[in-house]
Design a protein around this ligand. Structure first.
Ligand code: GBH
Length: 495
């Protein structure tokens, strides 16, 4: 089905919670203040300013390091039930390892967490949203399995310092984005820090270390902290919904390859045990046809499979878009290089009839795909509690009248209600990306995701709520989606 009704009169279940998200590098600024040392993103941007739109940097960003009280005021006036933030690893551990804890950095987050608590706003805290300490990057970053133990050490310190305030932990944000955009040769023109150009070995090794680092951080919490702190841990995984090209005999295979290579590669070891069989078989077969002595995909031992399997208390899902998929390479197609793109075999594309936005050609409004994805996650990963840890819409305008964002968010909240009521999917929370316009990676400040606009030309970084902020506030307080005809903003919806 390719349509979803916006007018969804069903209420959000009483336990359903609403929040917003940000991440450290994208909002904090203060890159060299308070004892913080550079992460891979600081260095990448300082050394390659031309790689970011308008030569923007995250040096100041929203200056939330100095203005976090304003952020909490905004959360409070919106009625946010929770706030998803991330911790800057180098603010806590300037050398990346446990050899030195930076008390000023610890104090910053303790102050923020205390203020959230005073205001009854639950934090969801992400340990790692891509800002790897430089000393660890120089050792190979996510291609060096030693990173697993360093991540474990960092996680332990965070649980110890912040755990009394935190009931929801996210170990890793979107490891897929890191492994596919920072540790591979795809796509050559969109490279995230550290911009390694690696063949498929690097991409798979990156996945392997991420999955193991997550599992270690989970077990450390489980053994050393859970009894006293009573929190719940997961990771945030990105997924598109892949819709097979109509009337394509290979459509179902392309869809399955799409879902498994983007999501299953990371979710299956954690939710079901081991890599997805489809990927194990395909990569082993292709590796052997290429004359390799072993599969490009690192194998887990039986002990590792068991250790990783079940390291979750809920499912963190980041969803933005749907894409069409078609088969591009057969399993026995052997172009020269060993790219994971060729291994995965599918090609994805955007249907031109979908409502697109101006800030990224791939950003489309496809809420029906979100409903399908929620059901797919429910069916494949043991019917977990799902918290949507990111969803949102960007545009290029700083205008406060962001009807397009209200439409996108309204339709996606409606899709969640459909997934809950029609399919029995256990979705318990929705996190809008983002509270603030912020440093949107390669697109700098030109792509705006905020329900609050930030004036980046003003040294005060003045924050001004958009229409979507007030709309969201009303959804949170009424716990239903407003009827278009009675709403303050008339929506033009064409699907
Ligand atoms: C999330 O990534 C991030 O967690 C968050 O930090 C970010 O601000 C937010 O979404 C909004 O983008 O191949 O041309 O589309 C979402 C997934 C993957 C989207 C990488 C952009 C690269 C450019 N991102 N992708 S493109």
């Amino acid at each position: 089905s390719t349509s979803v009704a916006y007018l969804n009169s069903k209420p959000f279940p009483p336990s359903f919670k609403f929040g917003v998200s940000t991440s450290a590098y994208q909002i904090e600024g203060a890159w060299n203040q308070g004892g913080r040392t550079p992460s891979v993103w600081d260095n990448f941007i300082h050394e390659n300013p031309e790689k970011i739109a308008n030569n923007d940097t995250g040096d100041v960003a929203c200056d939330s390091y100095n203005k976090y009280e304003q952020d909490v005021d905004l959360l409070k006036s919106m009625g946010a039930q929770f706030y998803r933030l991330s911790i800057s690893w180098t603010r806590i551990l300037p050398y990346g390892t446990a050899q030195k804890i930076n008390q000023e950095g610890v104090d910053y987050y303790v102050n923020l967490l205390k203020l959230l608590k005073e205001n009854n706003i639950e934090p969801i805290v992400t340990l790692y949203h891509w800002d790897l300490p430089m000393p660890l990057q120089e050792m190979g970053g996510w291609t060096n399995p030693d990173i697993i133990k360093y991540f474990g050490d960092y996680a332990r310190i965070c649980y110890k310092e912040f755990g009394q305030y935190v009931k929801y932990w996210v170990t890793l944000n979107e490891p897929q984005t890191t492994c596919f955009y920072a540790y591979s040769d795809n796509p050559p023109h969109v490279h995230f820090a550290p911009a390694y150009s690696l063949d498929a070995e690097g991409t798979y090794l990156c996945a392997y270390t991420h999955v193991k680092a997550h599992a270690l951080a989970y077990h450390i919490y489980d053994k050393e902290f859970r009894e006293h702190q009573q929190g719940k841990i997961s990771l945030s995984l990105l997924a598109r919904w892949f819709e097979p090209k109509p009337n394509d005999p290979n459509g179902e295979l392309a869809q399955e390859l799409g879902m498994q290579f983007q999501l299953g590669l990371f979710a299956h070891p954690i939710y079901n045990g081991n890599w997805p069989q489809l990927i194990i078989d395909r990569v082993a077969n292709r590796s052997s046809m290429q004359g390799l002595p072993q599969s490009r995909l690192p194998a887990f031992t039986k002990t590792e499979i068991d250790y990783i399997n079940g390291t979750y208390d809920w499912f963190g899902l980041n969803y933005y878009i749907t894409a069409m998929v078609e088969l591009q390479y057969q399993e026995d197609d052997l172009p020269g290089n060993a790219s994971y793109i060729v291994d995965q075999g599918f090609n994805s594309y955007t249907d031109s009839s979908w409502k697109a936005n101006k800030c990224n050609s791939k950003m489309v409004q496809t809420p029906w795909g979100f409903k399908n994805l929620l059901k797919w996650v429910h069916d494949h990963y043991n019917q977990p509690e799902i918290i949507v840890t990111e969803n949102g819409w960007c545009n290029h305008e700083s205008s406060l009248n962001d009807t397009d964002r209200i439409e996108y968010v309204g339709l996606h909240l409606s899709a969640i209600l459909d997934a809950i009521y029609d399919e029995g999917v256990n979705v318990t929370g929705y996190t809008q990306w983002s509270l603030l316009d912020n440093f949107e990676w390669l697109t700098g400040y030109s792509a705006k995701f905020g329900i609050v606009s930030v004036d980046f030309n003003d040294e005060n970084r003045t924050r001004t709520p958009r229409d979507s902020f007030y709309w969201y506030r009303d959804v949170i307080s009424t716990r239903i989606l407003p009827n278009v005809s009675s709403g303050a903003i008339a929506l033009q919806i064409s699907l």
